[in-house]
Design a protein around this ligand. Sequence first.
Ligand SMILES: [Zn+2]
Length: 294
Amino acid sequence: MTDREAIHTIGLLKPIPIHAFNPGPYTGDGNWTWLIRGRVTTLIDAGTGEPRHLEAVEQALQSAALSQVIVTHGHTDHASGVTALAARFPGVRFLKMPWPERDVRWPAPWEPLDDGSVVSAGDDTLTAIHTPGHAPDHVCLWHAESRTMFCGDLAQKGSTIYIPPNLQGDLQAYLASLERVLALRPVQLLPAHGPVIDDPDRLLRGYIEHRREREEQILELLRSGESSPDAMVVRMYRGLKDTLVPMARESVLAHLLKLEHEGRARRAGASAPGAAAPEADTTSEEQAWHIIDP
Ligand SMILES: [Zn+2]
């Protein structure tokens, strides 16, 4: 057993971290998936189907069958491994919260998870907590007895979480998800990226504070007459590498859309503050944004 494994011998679950072997520009060092052995052997997140991941899962199963895979959300690095897992582990079940437009990419006999679904895992149960924001279908899996949460992409130590409006990311929903998780008072978050989070309260409250500061910056820019998200990116993220500009732009848009939803900012040509905008509009290059002063 490695040190990392030893740390996670928690309660009855004893989740085993298994790396997905998928490092890359969007996944950093790559993803962690979590295996829970016992009566209902459960893998949390599917990885991307890397042969070394499948091998590692098989080894960790110690000749037990894999009963089910629970996918935290439909992003490629969490869901695309389902086809390879289905082929390697016949009879395995796949569970996730539906995101129909996205789920068609990952052909598997999905069984739907809802907010509050209680799922057997190992010799115990987990509760699905709908935590939209990073993705509309994002769920965390909560083990109340040990106050442990498999948190997917809700949080990552040493980093903030990307909220992409062009993939139905929603900052307002994300902040509500953070508050919801904080209210559960978890003692440990087991994420899909990076090390285990053993101070959830501090990290999640830090995220909320960070977004509040970013929002203040954007309000200040709007007050000064800046109306272009692209120009805001230049002023807010000095010295940003070109390759990271689209992500920064999505983050600025996420804030602007939150302000719009709250009736505090509007787009030129938008019918009314807070009115739902067509999806395609969220990434329009041309839109000018304005503050609505109370
Ligand atoms: Zn993700």
